[in-house]
Design a binder for this molecule. Structure first.
Ligand code: NAD
Length: 273
């Protein structure tokens, strides 16, 4: 199965479907990422704070898959902001991953109380120029925090933000579209905290002979999001990857769109420091 790619605003490409490892136990990460690679995923989303970069790296090293067939993202944690400190942090992440570069490096949160994400962001292009990362982006920068980043003139390729049917980042979306910044949807399934099967998604899923999770992943893909659902369970990993043999109608997409109610399931960037 070939996963579609999206073209980023720096000319590089990204596989639209990947595998996320938030809350994957470091002890189990190597096995779980090995399963994901065997299922067919080639895009892995990790972060320094997940504590599992080493397991991701071991799974990649043991997989025998060529580096240029893989897309690996990691993220700078909140206590490592600043030009010098972020460079050290990226070096540590690469060491743990056993890689000489990542494909995408993100500022994980804006951390408004620290107030130095702009200085940090201004250092990011040098990591690209040094070949330590191919592309650069941000995460959790919504309409309140993205303008300061855009004012630098350095435009992120992606913004990785909470995004699922009941919380679609309505206020931030126009800004992202204006600058061709791709939405990377985190918590794409609502982290399993929303009973989406009991909404119109359940009916649409039945009509296609698919699960509610596959239906939501398909909605993300058709909305142009990059999406990397997480599961420790190999059957669900395979299910979440099996989303390329059906298509939602425009009316089905619109009825899922109408589930928007502003209901986030996890942290507000204003409160994460
Ligand atoms: P998710 O929406 O992918 O939900 C994961 C949960 O959904 C699983 O633990 C499981 O309970 C359930 N699930 C998965 N597949 C299923 C299936 N087929 N059927 C039924 N239930 C299923 O949530 P997530 O892990 O928070 O988000 C995905 C990825 O996004 C993360 O792993 C991480 O890489 C990234 N992320 C980034 C941030 C950030 O701040 N940048 C925050 C959270 C997550």
């Amino acid at each position: 199965m070939t996963v579609p790619t999206l073209k980023l605003n720096d000319g590089k490409t990204i596989p639209q479907l990947g595998f996320g490892v938030f809350k994957v136990d470091p002890e189990e990460t190597e096995r779980i990422v090995t399963d994901a690679l065997e299922v067919g995923y080639r895009h892995i989303d990790t972060a320094a704070v997940y504590g599992n970069e080493e397991g991701v790296g071991r799974a990649i090293a043991n997989s025998g898959i060529a580096r240029d067939e893989l897309f690996v993202t990691t993220k700078l944690w909140n206590d490592r902001h600043g030009a010098e400190e972020s460079k050290r942090a990226l070096g540590e992440s690469l060491e743990k991953l056993g890689l000489d570069h990542v494909d995408l490096y993100l500022i994980h949160w804006p951390t408004p109380e620290n107030n130095n994400s702009v200085e940090t962001w201004e250092a990011f292009p040098s990591y690209r120029e040094q070949g330590l990362t191919t592309s650069i982006g941000v995460s959790n920068f919504d309409h309140r925090y993205l303008p300061q980043i855009l004012d630098t003139g350095i435009i992120p390729t992606v913004d990785q933000i909470e995004c699922h049917p009941q919380f679609q980042q309505i206020e931030t979306r126009p800004l992202l579209a204006e600058h061709d910044i791709k939405v990377e949807a985190w918590g794409p399934l609502g982290q399993g905290k929303v009973d989406y099967a009991d909404t119109v998604i359940g009916e649409i899923a039945s009509a296609h002979g698919k699960s509610w999770a596959q239906t939501i992943i398909r909605w993300h893909l058709q909305r142009g999001h990059v999406v990397f659902p997480k599961s420790n369970n190999r059957d669900r990993m395979a299910q979440n990857f099996d989303v390329f043999d059906f298509e939602l109608t425009a009316a089905e997409v619109a009825s899922i769109d109408s589930l928007e109610n502003g209901g986030r399931v996890s942290g507000d960037p204003a409160d994460v420091n």
